[in-house]
Design a protein around this ligand. Structure first.
Ligand code: ZN
Length: 238
């Protein structure tokens, strides 16, 4: 049972989570992609999604935090340890039954990060989509692949020589696997190195600069319902 729960970030100042979570035992903690679910007694679940900026840290008594205290969104204290979420951006307290919750989890595609990446599940989910959807758009769909963000979407397509605007119908299984494998291997390594050290930057935020393979200027354009910016080389990504 946590000794203390605090939500220092101003956005959550009036949420009264500390009061609502006081005295409740943590039932389980599940990570799925960049989603983290902390289930408390009484069907309260804390859901966080780290997007590109967030991170979790676990600190012993008196240990120095990796990021500044004002960037902490959630601090849970238990047994002399502090579990801290830095830099949000998605943090919500859900009240839902276990079954509804499990359904939500199973709707998520295979976790791109971790030892056991399920390629077949990924392919099955990819082919269950509308095949006129663009590759770059579908890669951000958490129901197909959980945890891939906007940087890795662009970089993985570049690594696999696939144009992110190509229709799924024209994407071979081997190409889909090549994209997913790159994301899986590099993101897993990056997660082990705390998120930043091995992040490739061949195309992301390099619009107008020459492609490292062929020298053609990199292009960028918003893609999908959320209009997330996609970066690609128009010459060597077909
Ligand atoms: Zn190129």
């Amino acid at each position: 049972m946590p000794d203390d729960v605090r939500t220092p970030h101003p956005r959550h100042r009036f949420d009264r989570w500390p009061e609502r979570l006081a005295g409740r035992t943590v039932r389980s903690v599940d990570a799925h992609g960049k989603h983290l679910f902390i289930r408390f007694d009484g069907e309260l679940t804390l859901h966080s999604h780290l997007r590109m900026t967030g991170s979790w840290g676990v600190y012993g008594e008196g240990a120095r935090w990796r990021r500044a205290a004002h960037r902490a969104w959630l601090v849970i204290e238990a047994g002399g340890y502090r579990v801290v979420e830095f830099d949000g951006p998605v943090l919500e307290l859900l009240r839902e039954s276990r079954t509804r919750f499990d359904r939500r989890l199973s709707a998520l595609g295979p976790d791109v990060i971790g030892e056991r990446f399920d390629r077949e599940d990924f392919l099955r989910r990819l082919r269950a989509q509308d095949q006129s959807r663009a590759v770059g758009d579908v890669l951000l769909d958490q129901r197909v692949l959980a945890g891939i963000g906007n940087v890795w979407k662009s970089e993985s397509c570049f690594a696999a020589h696939v144009n992110p605007w190509r229709e799924l119908a024209r994407l071979g299984d081997d190409e889909a696997i090549a994209i997913a494998d790159f994301a899986h291997e590099r993101m897993t390594r990056s997660a082990e190195l705390d998120g930043f050290s091995s992040r490739p930057r061949a195309v992301y935020k390099r619009a107008g600069l020459p492609c490292e393979r062929c020298g053609t200027p990199i292009r960028s354009h918003g893609q999908g319902d959320d209009n997330r910016t996609t970066y690609w080389c128009p010459s060597c990504q077909l």
